[in-house]
Ligand binder design. Structure first.
Ligand code: NAP
Length: 288
């Protein structure tokens, strides 16, 4: 199908640096075409020092909105008019909607994550979850798990790592701003970690341990933690099967990667911009 740009086509896109590898332009443009929506989505290489001017221009250009990736997700907050609940709690924005010149920031990364979990048949409402990591992706997943009704969240990070203080802040935010009860464990404390996982229904790896090229690394060293009924979710998608997923599957646990988190965060942004559902199955088959 030929893409038609007209005098009424509205612009949006992805801001970050680098962005040329992103799947988002293909995914969103395909969905706009499929639904006959007169929008176009491009990728713009925007380092932090250019962000303020770019955001101001996009507002002037009457864009429908835009996505943000590293390094712009936190910096953008000061140039926006309003923030959604989850974006305020996460402290980062990946989606901006422009409503008549008013820019509102959202974070659909966490929604993308919880949607990918729910489509595996895992119930989040009332669930006890162990989440590894406290970086950007972990914060988004943790906040959305809590907002979606997880009752207990065991957060674990390396005590020696540079995200330890962020892990403490994340635990405090979950406890003070949501109904979920959060606690923090050092990844090095293997006995305590095993104890937390033993009562969890879902184990989420939101660290980069095991990501290519370090594919022989797992954030969990004790195979006995993979109890019957535990679902293991790794938000890494490169490689498609991580060491953690192999360990879990060898113990009979269902395990899946972060590929569909990517798809669903895009679908949630698409819904915010257009009020329509992305044709997710078509996009999944073609690009994932
Ligand atoms: P980040 O902000 O740099 O955080 C990295 C986290 O991983 C920190 O908690 C860090 O803890 C921990 N970590 C790193 N190496 C570790 C190791 N060897 N053992 C234990 N913990 C380790 O990164 P991010 O943006 O959150 O991304 C994390 C992962 O999520 C990446 O693999 C990324 O590709 C993936 N991701 C996936 C999606 C998706 O759509 N599926 C979206 C975003 C990110 P320390 O404090 O100990 O360093």
């Amino acid at each position: 199908m030929q893409y038609k740009i007209t005098g009424t086509t509205r612009l949006g896109g992805l801001l970050g640096s680098p962005v040329s590898h992103s799947l988002s332009p293909a995914m969103h443009n395909e969905a706009f075409q499929e639904l006959g929506i007169d929008f176009v989505y491009l990728a713009f290489d925007v380092p932090e020092y250019n962000l303020r001017d770019v955001v101001r221009s996009l507002k002037e250009f009457n864009t429908y909105g835009f996505n943000l990736t590293m390094p712009d997700k936190t910096e953008v907050i000061e140039y926006l008019d309003d923030l959604s609940e989850e974006a305020a709690l996460i402290g980062a924005v990946n989606t901006v909607v422009n409503r008549n010149g008013k820019l509102t920031g959202y974070n659909t990364d966490g929604k993308g994550y919880t949607e990918s979990v729910k489509e595996r048949g895992v119930r989040i409402d009332g669930a006890e979850v162990t989440l590894l990591g406290a970086g950007g992706a972990a914060r988004a997943a943790a906040v959305q798990l809590a907002l979606d009704g997880a009752s207990v969240l065991h957060i674990a990070n390396r005590r020696s790592g540079h995200s330890w203080e962020a892990a403490q802040r994340l635990t405090d935010v979950i406890n003070s701003k949501t109904h979920c009860k959060a606690d923090l464990t050092a990844l090095e404390d293997r006995r305590s970690l095993a104890d937390k996982i033993s009562s969890s229904a879902l184990l989420t790896n939101a660290t980069s341990a095991g990501m290519s090229p370090d594919t022989d690394v797992s954030p969990v060293n004790d195979p006995d933690v993979f109890h019957r009924g535990l679902v293991v979710s790794d938000i890494i998608y490169n490689p498609a099967e991580t060491k953690l997923m192999r360990q879990a599957e060898e113990r009979g646990c269902q395990a899946f990667n972060g590929m569909y988190m990517l798809l669903h965060q895009g679908a949630a942004a698409f819904r915010l911009w257009t009020g329509r559902n992305m044709p997710v199955e078509k996009i999944r088959q073609k690009y994932f």
